[in-house]
Design a protein around this ligand. Sequence first.
Ligand SMILES: Nc1ncnc2c1ncn2[C@@H]1O[C@H](COP(=O)(O)OP(=O)(O)OP(=O)(O)O)[C@@H](O)[C@H]1O
Length: 608
Amino acid sequence: MSTTRRAPAQPPELPGFVFQRLLGSGGFSDVYLYEQQLPRRLVAVKVLLGGDDLNETSRQAFIGEANLMAQVSSHPYIVTIFHADVAQDGRPYFVMEYAPGKSLSERYKTETIPIEEVLRTGVRVSSAVATAHQVGILHRDIKPANILSNDYGWPALTDFGISSAVDDDLADAAQGAGASAGMSVPWSPSEMFDDDPNPDVRSEVFSLAATIYTIAAGHSPFEQPGKPNGTIELIARIERGQITPITRPDVPRTLISVLQRAMSVRPNDRYQSAIDFARALQRVELELGYPPTPIDVPKLHIAAPDRSGVPDGDETSIRHVENIDAQGAYEGSRASQAERTSTRAIARVAAQQTTTPQVASGWSAAAEQPTTAAAIPRLDPSLASAPETPAHKVPDFGAAPELRINRGSERASTPVFERQRIELPEDTASGADIAALRSRGTVSQTSSMEHRGRQRGDHENPYGDAPKPKNSNLLVGILAGIIVVLIAVLVVLGWVFRPKDTPTGQGDAGQGPVTVGQQGFPPAPVAPVVVRSPDGYITFRWQNPDPQNGDTYYWRVSDKSQPGETTDEPTAVVGPSPEGVKVCIDVEIRRNGKTSAEPLVACYPQGS
Ligand SMILES: Nc1ncnc2c1ncn2[C@@H]1O[C@H](COP(=O)(O)OP(=O)(O)OP(=O)(O)O)[C@@H](O)[C@H]1O
């Protein structure tokens, strides 16, 4: 976007539209807010300048922009174009979605954008750019000012005014308008400063990263506070790859590494596509324990996935979802799930180069949890396969985490003293008892009474090594036996008729498991994905196989070295922990006062 000091032109008379106000002005056009009469809605109308300001090249470029935008404008993060025409006074115009929110340019200058939102925005805009690439369009002017914010608070990529076709044979008239003249230096890669620039998708990766850097740092990547930052200085730094260090303390090192790589001077050293860059950002989200933002790209343009190792149901699929959780969802850590809502048809894509079926299935389902309003093809983050350079090594998703769910069959190997064993219905065991059993290395889903029986049953003789009773003591023995049995029966009755769904047996700090009702347990979480960041934090994510409203998760480190925690998100972060030290967590689903009968046990590293 170029700034201009010219006075805006008069808004044209447009039948069916009522002028409201000027929204902004560009080099060759003005953008106005109109109210469309039928259907009634606010729209932004971009109108090409007329009169002496207009030449044929500009006209062709304007038409080209409308045509290019139309090809990709069904994307959730690209401004939608509705209509194009020529006004009665001869000026071409096009009508587009009105994006009422602040652009990223306005925001980064006035506020500190949370890192979670920075990452989410990065993935979303990358998916928009990747979508344009898939239909052969280079945007060529990716920068914060060209990312508006729509009704839902979603980023909305706009201004395809200097866009061009990726391939020469797709070259569009838009390129004719002197594209390089519109280049925005602070977000441009060095190849754009060549005498005969020949940008490709990796140039866009650079600009995407420069944009994300900018909204994270609060300034563009080659600007140096307190020093000259003119075009010449900026170009010199860009060509040297002299990125200004980010001083903001909460920017994770892994994000800095990702951005550095994406802004490498040599295109070959960058991520080779916008999708690869988006995947790298997703990995940072995972490391930080944020829900990974789906990469939304059109189904039709995704290469057929490699199905090897992918279980049925995890391959490309389309699902229709319903949810209109919109405004307000943009802020806060819950935003990602709500924002997955989309009313546009996008497909869900499976995983190529899936490491294990478990991982693939885990992520696919994780993306399904929120209700969404469209068929959304999502790239599985576990498919992340961008080639990594050693200097920018990111966590390895290749190692499938250990998945271990205790099974009742394990009980067979546990010594049991049959006479004292009192089996309760499995679902009457309290979570605390299950936890106690677990901590002793026995099996869950048996009753506390059973456990007590086991303890005594470690010897064949219930009296241990004591001498056998003499006949004279027989009566006393029988009475004692009866008393024991009576006590046991009372305990059983107490359990059976205790108030249902009342929390009991709270664990540490009141966060332990709660009573398991008679109607059964919520299922155990499944399909863990575990990632260790370079600074030693281990992020666990898992899948709820039967998600229901209000489900929460209780997790704790298996060695109980820390109190457990309850979380709404299927994720937990532990650490920092030294490399090579095995860390496991137990995770249970809590639902309506009940908790999974058996935990998911996930470990990092696997099998060590
Ligand atoms: N869909 C929209 N909704 C709301 N505001 C918009 C919309 N499109 C553009 N604007 C506003 O209008 C201003 C001008 O938009 P435009 O795309 O013409 O910018 P530009 O990049 O300066 O122009 P040029 O196409 O000459 O590069 C923008 O700064 C933006 O604030």
